[in-house]
Design a protein around this ligand. Structure first.
Ligand SMILES: Nc1ncnc2c1ncn2[C@@H]1O[C@H](COP(=O)(O)OP(=O)(O)OP(=O)(O)O)[C@@H](O)[C@H]1O
Ligand SMILES: [Mg+2]
Length: 373
């Protein structure tokens, strides 16, 4: 499957734009602030219903407009499918598939899996646990329909529970206990799935790091739960209920839920040492790349179709050898979209591609063929 065309209206700096894509390799060239990343952002929205950088959907609507839209045509073996996402100010966005309004935005998940590579990936290594949990959740949500239910129920329960704890009303304990049960049930399901996926990610990330560095280092990705791991959901749920009971006083004092997978982390270890603390800049950068490559491998294995690869400004940071490695890796996968500010960023791309020149919210020119030809 690939995206054959994209139409944007009042999206970021695009007033109205339509563009047709190459089924494999698409390169976007242009100066800074012209609209290259905005195109990748629109594609990611078609994949996951949300942006990889905006905190709120409204940010993506063109300045001084009330609404914006992203429309993509997916080309599949069985035929075409049209996906439309309408963004509206102060209202929920709307999803339409083949012109038909969908009840749930989440029905989009997994249809068109995607992986973004960006210079910000370094924060996966250097930043706090929330970013790593998000990386893990976004991966699982794209390939496992069953995870979504537990994920949403857990978030909802946590919110309810925290709001109860904040209110500091008398006899709150009797009400709290009601929320312990769903928190532990869905929490246990999240932990079991995350730990399982982390084990597979670790295998792929270890291999990716070997490919990137020539094999000297040993990279491990470990799910690091706050509670000791159990093999089955039932015992983990029991353990979580016990921990909640023990933490009751602390939770009441602090006004927040302190037990559960929302406090867990994904540990990154190189040669037995935490990458965040002891890795050099270069090792951390390579570790982040390996994590993203692992996500790509995992989604390729776990989804019905090869994921879109969105490669934002990453080529410029790679030396020639790594550029060649990535282009070769991309060649084996699905459709790829790469951005850069100069044709030099893509000199290693000797294979056929469609090249787009982006300028001030417009695609100025398109050329087909190898870069530099
Ligand atoms: N909601 C919006 N409405 C109108 N313009 C916007 C909106 N949000 C962002 N922009 C503008 O879009 C422009 C292009 O952004 P984009 O991030 O796509 O640039 P880019 O080509 O990727 O640049 P760089 O090479 O620096 O990464 C920015 O100048 C920004 O001001
Ligand atoms: Mg950009």
């Amino acid at each position: 499957m690939h995206v054959s065309s994209l139409r944007l209206s009042h999206f970021r700096n695009y007033q109205s734009m339509e563009v047709g894509f190459h089924p494999q390799l698409n390169l976007f060239l242009g100066s800074n602030a012209q609209g290259k990343t905005n195109i990748l952002e629109a594609l990611y929205c078609l994949s996951t219903t949300r942006s990889f950088r905006a905190a709120a959907d409204e940010e993506m609507i063109q300045f001084n407009q009330e609404a914006g839209a992203i429309e993509g045509v997916l080309q599949q073996e069985e035929g075409q499918e049209q996906i439309q996402l309408e963004l509206r100010k102060e209202k929920n966005k709307v999803l339409l598939v083949n012109g038909k309004k969908q009840k749930k935005l989440s029905s989009l998940l997994g249809r068109l899996p995607a992986v973004v590579f960006s210079p910000d990936d370094l924060f996966l290594v250097k930043g706090g646990p929330a970013l790593r949990r998000r990386y893990l959740d976004v991966t699982i949500l794209q390939m496992d329909q069953g995870y979504l239910g537990h994920f949403q129920q857990y978030e909802r329960t946590l919110k309810q529970r925290n709001s109860l704890l904040r209110q500091k009303i008398p006899n709150v304990e009797a009400q709290l206990v009601i929320w312990d049960e769903p928190l532990a049930e869905h929490g246990a399901a999240l932990i079991i799935k995350r730990a399982e996926v982390a084990r597979r990610l670790s295998e792929f990330a270890g291999q990716a790091l070997k490919d990137l560095t020539g094999g000297a280092e040993n990279f491990e990705v470990r799910y690091e739960p706050q509670l000791p791991l159990e093999n089955n959901e039932g015992s983990l749920k029991e353990r979580m209920l016990q921990a909640l009971a023990q933490a009751r006083r602390e939770e009441l004092a602090r006004g927040v839920t302190v037990v559960g997978p929302h406090r867990d982390d994904l540990g990154l270890w190189v040669n037995g040492k935490p990458l965040r603390k002891f890795g050099s800049q270069g090792q951390q950068r390579t570790g982040a790349l390996a994590l993203k490559l692992a996500q790509l491998s995992l989604l390729t294995e776990g989804c019905h179709t090869a994921p879109l690869v969105l490669f934002d400004d990453v080529m410029a940071e790679l030396d020639e050898k790594r550029q060649a490695f990535f282009l070769n890796r991309l060649q084996q996968g699905g459709q790829a979209f790469l951005t850069g500010t100069s044709a030099n960023d893509f000199l290693a791309a000797s294979k056929n591609a469609r090249i787009f020149w982006v300028e001030a919210g417009q695609i100025k020119m398109t050329q087909e063929g190898p870069v530099g030809a």
